[in-house]
Design a protein around this ligand. Structure first.
Ligand SMILES: [Zn+2]
Length: 191
């Protein structure tokens, strides 16, 4: 279970562990909370009052400090995990749904023809389609793409980075997605 950490202004910063969240609370860095309370940590007893210190952690927190991610400069890093999540584990050539182990990062314009390793030139493909297409373009291989690639937005990137997002965190993130996003709440419900 991860906590969605945002800047005080509400821009996503990172997924952090409950323990990391507690440190933000203890340091009085938390400016606001959203979502539900997901954990309670009990500390020591105050020597004078005898009261036990308690920190409750919410699923979404806004923290003090200078944001380290700008939504305008960010180009999300490309990983196989995020790529497969972007394409919902569906092969772009045969349309089959596969487990991650059976999937590959497929370069639409192959390296052999000066293709590059960027979000816009990669799709998810099953091993057999990747093998069949080989070092050809979709046109040359007569294997048309069933869907087009895209560069995830900052908000989409945060969805792609975490496979176990809590319902209230998902609601918060999807509220910022464009209507045509493949990661929209409706699309995810149909999974
Ligand atoms: Zn396939």
């Amino acid at each position: 279970m991860k906590v969605l950490k945002l800047s005080a202004q509400g821009l996503p910063q990172s997924w952090i562990t409950l323990e990391q969240a507690v440190i933000h609370y203890a340091a009085d860095d938390v400016r606001w909370e959203a979502g539900a309370q997901i954990a309670v940590f009990r500390g020591g007893h105050n020597a004078i009052t005898g009261l036990q210190s308690i920190i409750t952690v919410n699923s979404i927190i806004g923290t003090r400090g200078v944001p380290n991610i700008s939504p305008f400069s960010l180009r999300p890093g490309l990983t196989n995990g995020k790529l497969f999540a972007r394409d919902r584990n569906i092969c772009a050539y045969c349309g089959g749904l596969f487990s991650e182990l059976e999937l590959t990062r497929e370069h639409i314009i192959p390296f052999a023809q000066q293709g590059v390793d960027t979000w816009m030139n990669v799709v998810t493909a099953c091993r057999s389609c990747n093998h069949r297409k080989s070092s050809r373009t979709p046109e040359q291989a007569k294997m048309p793409l069933l869907f087009t690639p895209y560069v995830p937005s900052l908000w989409e990137d945060f969805i792609l980075r975490n496979r176990r997002i809590l319902a209230d965190q998902m609601e918060f993130l999807t509220a910022h997605l464009p209507k045509n996003s493949r990661l929209s709440a409706q699309a995810l419900l149909n999974d």
